[in-house]
Ligand binder design. Structure first.
Ligand code: G3H
Ligand code: 13P
Ligand code: ZN
Length: 314
């Protein structure tokens, strides 16, 4: 059942975080629904602009509608990831998305406010909720000074003003993480002091962490052993993700880890079965392995086992 993130976030706030997983194809959708049901977790299925054009946005939408029938017990939100204004408006009008993200974080503050407020007005008129972003995502190198680090991270006072002026429903904050498989060069990690201050200024307001993949070392090692060349790949420590959830990070975005599972399964399969050219054997393994990954991640987030409680609220 497709629900609003509002319900999910209200239940989760400071108790656990909801996993927001990117999907592009049928195999990911099947693994995602299975993994969430096996771990009894509510979740967010997120679709980027790239995913909407990889095959066709209508195909993705139809596959999710089909999954909804195959897995009638699933409770999840459908969310546009990193939308621009045009993509947000398209998703709001479609009636399919329960949530959109307007990412105008590359714009100056005033312009970001202006664009986000326009999307919020259109979305709220249709009962759609809006995630916005403030700050520049990116790993903060160990050698940079505190003032240099502050320049990339979300400014808590600005976050308070931004939420007040835009009316957005959740906020993606730059807290030291970055997208992709190469997040940190050393022992850097999440800037908890930034989360703490934003949560203090905006009590009860759901915060979102992008770039939350853990880039598991064993996954990277297996990929490299099967011919991959992912040198120095590093992600977010899982204990830090759990801690962020308890502090007000209510949505945790994960894409890269799913791609790593896909890469490992296919590299190992074709290395070990050089005579095979059929897509279905590795595709089957991927669905099962992705489901296993999702169930594990939900245990880390604390969303595992919360499905019945959330369903009781609907
Ligand atoms: O934050 C970006 C997500 O990982 C989506 O990636 O734009 O390549 O689909 P994508
Ligand atoms: P990762 O690249 O760490 O998986 O982050 C994904 C993300 O933030 C999607 O919006
Ligand atoms: Zn992101």
């Amino acid at each position: 059942m497709i629900v609003s993130t509002k319900i999910l976030f209200k239940h989760a706030y400071k108790r656990y975080a909801v996993g927001a997983y990117n999907i592009n194809n049928a195999e990911q959708i099947m693994g995602l629904f299975r993994g969430n049901l096996e771990s009894k977790a509510p979740f967010i299925i997120q679709i980027s602009k790239g995913a909407r054009s990889y095959t066709d946005k209508r195909l993705l939408e139809a596959m999710i509608r089909a999954a909804d029938k195959i897995f009638p017990d699933a409770v999840y939100a459908v969310h546009l990831d990193h939308g621009d204004e045009a993509a947000c408006m398209d998703c709001i009008q479609s009636g399919f998305y329960s949530s959109v993200m307007i990412d105008a974080s590359h714009e100056p503050f005033e312009k970001n406010v202006e664009i986000t407020a326009r999307v919020v007005a259109a979305a709220h008129a249709k009962g759609v909720v809006v995630e916005a972003e403030l700050g520049q995502l990116g790993g903060v190198e160990e050698h940079v000074s505190v003032s240099e680090a502050d320049a990339c991270l979300t400014n808590p006072k600005e976050a308070e003003e931004f939420v007040e002026r835009t009316g957005c429903d959740s906020l993606a904050c730059a807290i030291g993480t970055s997208h992709g498989a190469y997040k940190f060069s050393g022992s850097q990690g999440i800037h908890f002091e930034v989360i703490e201050e934003i949560a203090r200024l905006l009590p009860g307001f759901p915060l979102v962490m992008h770039g939350s993949s853990s880039v598991p070392a064993d996954e990277v090692a297996r990929i490299n052993a099967a011919g991959g060349k992912l040198k120095g790949a590093k992600g977010v420590d899982e204990a830090q993700i759990t801690r962020a959830g308890a502090m007000g990070v209510t949505k945790v975005n994960i894409d890269t880890d799913g791609r790593l599972v896909w890469c490992r399964v296919h590299r190992e399969h074709f290395r070990d079965n050089p005579e095979n050219f059929d897509l279905r054997p590795p595709g089957k393994v991927f669905q099962a392995e992705y489901a296993k990954y999702i169930a594990h991640k939900n245990a880390v987030l604390g969303s595992a086992g919360k499905l019945d409680e959330v369903r009781a609220l609907l």
